[in-house]
Design a protein around this ligand. Structure first.
Ligand code: MN
Length: 286
């Protein structure tokens, strides 16, 4: 059994642009325990009124890491300076490698904006090892239908394997380092195990419901459990309808220097990134 190191509450909600009401679960204070994960913003379900002007976040840069958008409800449209663009619908995941440097924008999809409705998702930032920080920008559009599911017993739910592997089921995401992302939805009174690689950093986010972990601890909606590195299995029992997100990965044991949307290894590299950005080296996006 993997032991719990500590339980932490997500931050109070704040707006990102005018389209994302988020609660931050993973922040910079936790990097030592969370590497390779740099940030996780949970996009709380919000019902948006119809508009002709899609809400979201306009053009901004990223460099040195990857942004992973997971959507449970609604629709998003992304576009970047490397020519990558795509739409995400309920269940889809978009894995963007900013790598050497990119400009992009993230908005509610047009048709969805016109009709209005609930937007619900998450954005995760995954660090890149030093040797891959200058890799060419790339997009992986991961459609819901390509994400395999492990069914829970007695039709009590499912575990979607977005990245990594569990019980021989492999997720579709291509990653630079070993990463598991499991998206679990369960009814009340479900009982199941999650398996990760012994030694990897592991956290479990309770997005909905109340659960018992390893038969002796309770966690509630809005809490995240950070586990000790040792051990490889976590036993979950649900009290009510539950939505969990498990993140686990091989730690990148390199120094982190960060400034807003740039995540590098040294302060000098950060200064260079800012210079490159100001010099227009991240391309053009209108
Ligand atoms: Mn972004």
């Amino acid at each position: 059994m993997k032991k719990i190191k500590y339980i932490r509450k997500a931050a109070q909600p704040h707006m990102v642009g005018d389209g994302f009401k988020v609660r931050t679960f993973i922040s910079s204070a936790m990097w030592k325990d969370m590497s390779p994960f740099l940030m996780l913003d949970y996009i709380e379900p919000v019902n948006y009124l119809p508009t002709e002007h899609p809400r979201g976040v306009d053009v901004h840069p990223h460099k040195g890491f990857e942004t992973v958008s997971i959507l449970w409800e609604g629709a998003l449209a992304h576009e970047d300076s490397s020519g990558g663009k795509g739409k995400l619908f309920a269940g889809d995941v978009q894995w963007m490698t900013a790598g050497a440097g990119i400009l992009h924008k993230e908005f509610h999809e047009e048709e969805f904006s016109r009709k209005g409705g609930v937007l619900h998702g998450a954005q995760l930032w995954v660090n890149l090892p030093a040797k891959d920080k200058s890799t060419a920008p790339a997009y992986q559009d991961i459609r819901s239908a390509t994400i395999p599911e492990i069914k829970l017993e007695d039709e009590k739910g499912k575990i979607r394997i977005i990245a990594g592997e569990m019980n021989g089921v492999k997720g579709p995401a291509n990653t630079f380092t070993r990463i598991n992302i499991f998206d679990a939805h369960a009814t009340a009174d479900a009982s199941f195990d999650l398996h990760v690689v012994d030694g990897d950093h592991t956290t479990l986010l309770v997005l909905k419901g109340t659960i018992h972990i390893n038969d002796h601890q309770t966690a509630r909606e809005g809490e995240m459990l950070v586990f000790e590195d040792a051990g490889s299995s976590i036993h979950i029992q649900t009290n009510n309808e539950t939505h969990l997100l498990l993140l686990s990965g091989e730690p990148i044991t390199e120094p982190v220097a960060a400034y807003g949307p740039f995540v590098m290894n040294t302060q000098q590299e950060i200064m260079q990134a800012i210079d490159d950005y100001n010099a227009g080296k991240f391309g053009v996006l209108n």
